[in-house]
Design a protein around this ligand. Structure first.
Ligand code: 1CP
Length: 344
């Protein structure tokens, strides 16, 4: 078992810097496209054998030091009773967005074993196959709320922010329910065998820091506190566009903070407090010529030495246009440069 990732999460010494990429499974991989061409995305998410296959693909091909469960952050929102559709080329759609007291009250708190058994089954299947740790995940409450309140992706989060400011009690009812759902979902993932858990707060950076503090952070704190009562596996919090929020997130009881690429890694490390750090190569840097990509990775590894623990990752997900050969170059560079620098 390769445990470098788990050790780095806890700030322990490792033989090399572990590396995994957000969205390491997905459309940039021909092997994924082959599986995905046979069924729609949500059906794929509900098929444990195929989820296992696509989770393993990037680990087998590129030798990542961790696997991330193949699923989507919106799966538990469907289990809360909200019809969910994925439209080709458009992303997720909730045809019945939650914008009224009645709709919020109708949201149910799912029982993960009964309502999302396929996720837990995927975890159990993966643990039999994997020689690297398995990361489970969920969306953070604010990010999930934007999808269910807007009815899908959004540019300026008008429906969410106007509810936050004009109907804070309704907003809080929705967030409380999403928080309860997320806690029990992540605890169930840990019990099924996930070896680390990541909360994705993809849209946190759309909030002014004062609003993040009131309308997003407390729910993240509540989930982390709940998880600490039930499991001792590493907890990772990733706020995309989160550099402006580090003053708040550096106080979180997570083991690792994920950092996006809009802040120099060295600056982030100075601000993260007692956390290990994960990140933060711009996903588009995978389009650099090989020598420049390698130079950038070498510089990040140098900066990463100052962290309590350092996990190499992108600053957000791999984009579908990425050349798999460039991913290979990046992973190999992380492994080669970091094991070399440990010897010197
Ligand atoms: O067409 C397809 O095949 C679907 C594309 C796709 C994939 C491969 C979607 C739709 N989701 C996923 C998998 C996925 N999503 C994973 C597991 C794969 C891996 O990481 O290796 C994970 C962890 C997610 C998480 C996720 N889904 C996030 C948080 C991370 C992030 O990228 O910020 C978010 C915001 C989503 C919503 C979502 N799902 C899919 C799309 C296209 C979107 C984003 C839409 C938008 O921009 O609002």
């Amino acid at each position: 078992m390769n445990t470098t990732f788990l050790k780095a999460c806890k700030g322990e010494q490792t033989s090399h810097v572990p590396v995994w990429f957000m969205r390491q499974a997905g459309r940039y991989l021909p092997d994924y496209q082959r599986v995905r061409s046979k069924l729609n995305f949500l059906d794929l998410c509900k098929n444990p054998a195929l989820c296992t296959e696509v989770t393993l693909q990037p680990v087998d091909i590129f030798h990542f030091d961790a696997a991330i469960l193949f699923s989507d952050i919106l799966v538990p929102m469907e289990a809360m009773g909200l019809p969910l559709e994925f439209h080709e080329g458009q992303g997720p759609v909730f045809p019945e967005p939650v914008r009224s007291q009645q709709a919020a009250e109708a949201l149910r708190i799912p029982n993960p074993a009964e309502d999302m058994p396929f996720v837990l089954e995927t975890i159990r299947l993966l643990r039999r196959e994997l020689k690297v740790p398995l990361i489970g995940f969920a969306g953070a409450p604010f990010t999930l709320a934007t999808y269910v309140i807007e009815g899908g992706s959004s540019r300026n989060f008008y429906a969410t922010k106007s509810m936050m400011f004009q109907r804070p009690e309704l907003y809080r009812l929705i967030l409380d329910k999403i928080t309860a759902c997320t806690s029990s979902y992540l605890i169930a993932q840990a019990k099924a065998g996930a070896q680390a858990l990541q909360l994705f707060d993809s849209w946190a950076g759309a909030l002014a820091p004062c609003d993040y503090e009131r309308f997003a952070l407390p729910y993240v704190q509540s989930i982390l506190a709940d998880l600490r009562k039930h499991t001792d596996i590493p907890l990772i919090y990733f706020a995309n566009h989160g550099a402006t929020l580090l003053r708040h997130t550096s106080g979180l009881d997570a083991d690792v903070l994920g950092i996006d690429w809009r802040i120099p890694l060295a600056d982030a490390i100075r601000q993260v407090g007692p956390h290990a750090v994960q990140g933060n190569l711009d996903p588009l840097a995978l389009f650099l010529p090989k020598t420049e990509l390698e130079a950038r990775i070498a510089a990040m590894l140098e900066d990463g030495k100052a962290a309590r623990g350092y996990i190499f990752n992108l600053g957000h997900g791999v984009i579908p246009e990425t050349d798999p050969d460039q991913v290979k170059i990046a992973v190999e560079a992380v492994h080669r440069f970091s094991s070399r620098s440990k010897q010197s």
